[in-house]
Design a protein. Sequence first.
Lengths: 229, 278, 256
Amino acid sequence: MGFLVDAFLKAIHLILRGDPATYSALATTVYVSTVSLAASLLMGIPAGFLLGYVSFPGRRMLRTLVDTLLSLPTVLIGLLVYGLLTRRGPLGRFELLFTVHAIVIGQALLALPIVTALTASAVEALDGRLRVTLLSLGAGPVRRFATSLREARYGVLAAAVTAYGRVLTEVGIAIMVGGNIKWHTRTLTTAIALETNKGDFAAGIALGAILLLLASGVNAILYGLRKRA
Amino acid sequence: MKKMGRLVLGVSGVLTLWGSAWAGDAERLLMATTTSTEATGFLDALAPKVKEVLNIDLQWVATGTGKALELGKRCDADLLLVHAPDVEEAYVQQGYGINRRRLMFNDFVVVGPSEDPARVKNCSIEEAMRRIAGSGAPFVSRGDASGTHVKEKELWRAAGFGNEFAYPGYIETGQGQMATLDIAAQRRAYALTDRATFIKFGQDPSRAASLRVLVEGGEVLINRYSLITVRPEKCPKVRAAAAEKFTDWMVGPQGQAFIEAFRVGGKAVFFPDAQGPQ
Amino acid sequence: MSRLSSLAGDCGESFSVPLYLFHDVEQAYKGRTVLSIGRWAVRQGIVLGLVGPNGSGKSTLLRLMGFVEFPVRGTIAFRGDRVSRRRAQAVRSEVTLLPQDPYLLDRSVADNVAYGLSVRGVRRNRAARVQEALRWVGLDPDLFGARSVRDLSGGEARRTALAARLVLRPRVLLLDEPTAEIDAHSAQLVRRAILRARSDWGATVVVTSHDWTWLRGFCDEVHEMRDGRLIAMGHETVDPGAAGASVVISRSPSAS
């Protein structure tokens, strides 16, 4: 119990002192999770919409596949991305391994099935009368897509929040393809892993507290946007 | 809706600028190394000096000797700092590395609980290993192909045990040195460790009393670190020039002085060892 | 189809291409036939009532006329031209359907009414037109305009849905049970709005209802449906009291 209090005090100390290593890890975390989320939203929302809205042959199979991908372990994704980005690998010439960009790629792949599946569910949950209503008011296919998406906005927002929480807290991908390089690819989660490995549990928990603070801050912003939406 | 659009554009603009700032202007040198050089804080202290003097942005992935060598084979690192001389020699002979230079040394020690159930204190290393295995006392191994793990297996072989070595009470953690020492402390077990990491371990007052150095000394327990540059013929993208610049500095007077001056808790943990090219 | 326009009416009536011409139209869902109409014409500019019990096919007919659904057999011509799925999008900008159970978008009342206008790219006077349409259906724009649709009663929601269609001044207005869940006063407003549609911009209106008394009060023609068929149509007058008789009432378009 004592070391929890110890850890909490340490967390406050790290934040207030402006410990540069901590702030670097924080900044890296914010960067990679935000960019990877944005990429996954860009690809996942249209994909999820099509999956939920349009009926085509093999749709149910595809839906099941996407739902299965939700359970992909991060270390597996990390391994996959490593294989792609290693210098001997297909994308090796871009020299992305052990950079933040590698983490972004991996996390985007992690978030993509989440965004797709949850958007598809949100779209499937749309009122069945919506389509006829939009048709009867003269809306064309593009407009129907945009309006339907807007009607499903709360579900889509929930998808974004869920995906963000997932990438914010993952460690398998960041460690495997980021390398936990101090100042460069060390995120809050990989720093926690390192401190734990070194046996410095108090530091680990302190960083964990900061991570939770970050996560709740982000959620607060996203739900504030919900009020406006 | 328009406000959302502008917000998104603004945020992505900031992020793009931020992302490109990661590039920096100093030359990047990616080193694959062991956990001991990181855990002791050695590399943390070295990096700013190297940046200042050589304008090289030293980045390192600390994984353990075995994995570091693998990274070199896959061309995912430029430079290796490892401590398993026999394995290193084979590596260079097989054509994966060049310009192998001895850099520094410290020593391995056998640590264990103060009650020392196998009575190994002050024994020779072979005798100590025999007593530990013979009495079935708990022993925690790295089990991760790290330099320490390689040395540990050498020691078991030298004491007369086979390659596939195990007995009840012998466990493999597959983790870094600090974590392994933690587990050893918890289980009141013996372990092999490099002294530098053990000094760092002992800095934490709650751990200081849990393990003690029981066996030390002798040529066979010397722990030598070397730098190896990944061979450009095998890996064309290797930053060979930067690696050479760094290596030259590290084995030169300034680098060696840095090694000698480095302290953990007031104690020296690495000793300069540079000689001619290997 | 354009052959029709070349025929001269020889009974003194001016002949114009019917707005809708149904030709052996059948609609079925999951193999079950729900609508079967051999030949049927709807003239431009009339207010047409459709009466019949539940399941008689009124809503299906209206959906076909709104081109939000397509028959499994037969053709429907609009203004003399057969409407294919590809052409339907263009036709739908002139023909507006108010379904029996209307759906409102999750936004404010005013935004709902303005939706069709924004689809058509109408920007000028949009707010004024929205307010006008709300007044037509008896909803005070100052009170209701900014209100979220979640805070509306059933009747208010239906009237909002109606306003969203009226505001478009469509050539054809198809209303499926517009007075369900609406009190008598509001039903009056709906009727007035329908007639205004015809007089202000010459709309053709098709209205369905259970209540033929209400319909005959203002419709030019009332057709009856049962079991997916039109069983009585045209201008015959029949004794409304006769048991089992189909009731059709006609009025000449000039009287109102």
